[in-house]
Design a protein around this ligand. Structure first.
Ligand SMILES: C=C(O[C@@H]1C=C(C(=O)O)C=C[C@H]1O)C(=O)O
Length: 357
């Protein structure tokens, strides 16, 4: 087919797509009105995830899953922004990996509120200044983000979704490589790039800062003193730094899991994950008894972390992720049994077990 003809065909498809998108936005508007009348939350992560899974399953064309999800993410974001004044608090400033994770979940049409630290993200949501918050919880190379875990102990907030994001750090600077004397970055990123730093800059000063965006800013400002930063492409772009080497983390498949926190947890989708925390008295066998609750209800435990309880020395809080939803019969039974062995059991939330990176 000649180029002109195929372009005419694309124009015609775009006109149809635009019309369909408007029709879709009308339907979302009607759903939004019904939800407002019934006092329901406009944003429904379980419905969005089910819809995305169905679309990916139905897809027969050449677009990969990642693209289908990204396109629909923006379609849903745009319609949602018309219905609700969604504000998303995240660990800022702009350009951090958490910002990128938040955009992956909520798209570009909602409002983003960068926060100075994790506690502020929790606080903004708890005080209803933000509708939802996005915080990192664990990295596949460096492990748990302990500060986030600790904040769940006293927070009334619940987990309503998770986001997986491939983290590819790079070396960025505005000076030649041989002039670099100081590397700025977030401690998590230094941890993820430990071997690369030893091999490439064994003598450099490593300066920990609160975000990779701040690291990029300092690399720009202190370039004359030999400063460079480790972080993602968005931070490099923001401060006009040259990305000298990409993908420098020690594991190519370095991935961070982020959580969306809100006032309520999420209804079941059929493929869910449940996060809980619990603590017990310091007695022989108490942890074994607690964990047996999951085994006896045939529940797969996908993760366990422990943190000092902060109440008494050598008492711990355990964080566990389970396969299933808290409304599933076996999960509810296991939580019931668990509470008999523990001094504290807290449900942090059940949410779709998304695996797309
Ligand atoms: C339309 C709805 O509300 C919101 C918008 C959605 C969409 O654009 O498809 C999906 C879920 C909700 O976040 C719904 O719940 O069905």
């Amino acid at each position: 087919m000649p180029l002109d003809d195929i372009r005419k065909k694309i124009d015609s498809i775009d006109t149809q797509l635009l019309d369909l998108l408007s029709q879709r936005a009308e339907c979302v508007h009607i759903v939004g009105e019904i939800k407002k009348q019934e006092g329901l939350q406009i944003y429904a992560p379980e419905r969005e995830e089910s819809l995305l899974r169905k679309l990916v399953e139905k897809n027969q064309g050449r677009l990969p899953e990642k693209s289908i999800r990204a396109i629909y993410r923006e379609i849903m974001s745009a319609a949602l922004a018309l219905e609700d004044d969604l504000k998303i608090a995240y660990l800022g400033p702009e350009g951090t990996w958490t910002h990128q994770a938040a955009i992956k979940k909520f798209g570009h049409s909602v409002e983003y509120l960068p926060q100075a630290n994790f506690a502020e993200v929790f606080d903004q949501v708890a005080r209803r200044k933000a509708s939802y918050g996005v915080v990192p919880i664990e990295n596949s190379t460096e492990g748990a983000v302990s500060h986030t875990l600790d904040l769940f102990v006293d927070s009334p907030l619940r987990i309503c979704a998770q986001i997986l994001l491939r983290i590819e750090n790079g070396l960025m600077a505005s000076i030649p490589r041989e002039e670099i004397k100081t590397l700025y970055s977030h401690p998590q990123v230094f941890g993820q790039c430990r071997n690369w730093i030893l091999q490439n800059f064994p003598k450099a000063d490593l300066v920990e800062v609160s975000s990779t965006t701040k690291a990029a800013k300092l690399a720009k400002e202190n370039a004359h003193q030999g400063a460079a930063a480790l972080g993602g492409p968005l931070a490099a772009e923001m401060y006009d730094l040259h990305m000298m080497e990409e993908c420098i983390q020690d594991r190519a498949t370095n991935t961070t899991r982020f959580l969306v926190i809100g006032e309520k947890t999420c209804p079941p989708t059929g493929n869910d994950r449940t996060s809980i925390l619990f603590s017990m008295k310091d007695q022989p066998g108490s942890l074994v008894k607690a964990l047996t609750s999951f085994e006896s209800c045939a529940i797969n435990m996908s993760k366990i972390e422990s943190r000092p309880s902060k109440q008494r020395d050598w008492e711990y809080i355990f964080y566990v992720d389970l396969a299933g939803h808290c409304e599933d019969e076996n999960v509810a039974a296991a939580l019931d049994e668990l509470s008999r062995h523990c001094s504290l059991v807290k449900l942090l939330g059940s949410y779709p077990d998304v695996t797309d990176i």
